[in-house]
Design a protein around this ligand. Structure first.
Ligand code: IMP
Ligand code: MG
Length: 182
């Protein structure tokens, strides 16, 4: 197996974004936030599981007064025709009138983020700001506003830096792209 490739379960992946590139983008976003968020007393909301690594690296570099909490989307099999219902769980902080910064690992179709924003709106925050480490613009079909984007990537399956394939690969500090079988 070539040096830049790894096997995760049954699939082969190769490095597509080195750790240094990821960290440079995280620093850029942190610098921008530190300018934009002065006096805003933001509360960061990391979306589990995928965003834990991005949230951790970013949060360490935020220098304005701020808080962080983590939320999860739980899937319920709907008994109605709507199919799977996704509900945001873990909100035990007061979000009313707060500047909320959603931290996502990746925006693919945008359906997850759209669901999150709709549910958060119900808590009447002052403002909802979105930061995502990765964005697949060619796959995004929902109208979602992304305020901070680390890197735009092609519409390929990736893992590492918090992102998984069947639960594996989240620990990798760089990002890998699936190698298509011949
Ligand atoms: P969306 O709802 O289609 O935007 O997908 C968002 C969620 O799907 C992300 O939070 C990830 O958990 C997962 N996801 C999307 N693309 C990938 C990928 O390339 N690798 C691993 N997980 C992904
Ligand atoms: Mg996710």
């Amino acid at each position: 197996m070539p040096k830049n490739q790894i096997k995760v379960l049954d699939l082969t992946f190769e490095t597509s974004i080195p750790e240094a590139t990821i960290q440079a983008e995280v620093k850029r976003i942190a610098d921008e936030m530190n300018r934009d968020l002065v006096d805003k007393n933001p509360i960061f909301l990391g979306i589990l599981n995928g965003a834990f690594m991005f949230a951790s690296d970013l949060f360490k570099q935020i220098t304005v007064p701020c808080q962080i909490t983590f939320l999860k989307l739980a899937s319920y099999e709907g008994t109605t025709t709507t199919g799977t219902v996704k509900q945001l769980i873990g909100i035990n902080q007061e979000l009313k009138d707060r500047v909320v910064i959603v931290l996502e690992d990746i925006v693919d179709t945008g359906i997850t983020l759209d669901t999150i924003i709709r549910q958060l709106s119900g808590y009447q925050p002052k403002e909802i700001i979105v930061a995502t480490m990765l964005h697949k613009p060619d796959a995004t079909k929902m109208k979602v506003t992304l305020d901070y984007v680390g890197l735009e990537i092609p519409n390929d399956f990736v893992l590492g830096y918090g992102l998984d394939y069947n639960g594996y690969g989240r620990n990798l500090p760089e990002i890998y792209t699936l190698v298509e079988e011949e």
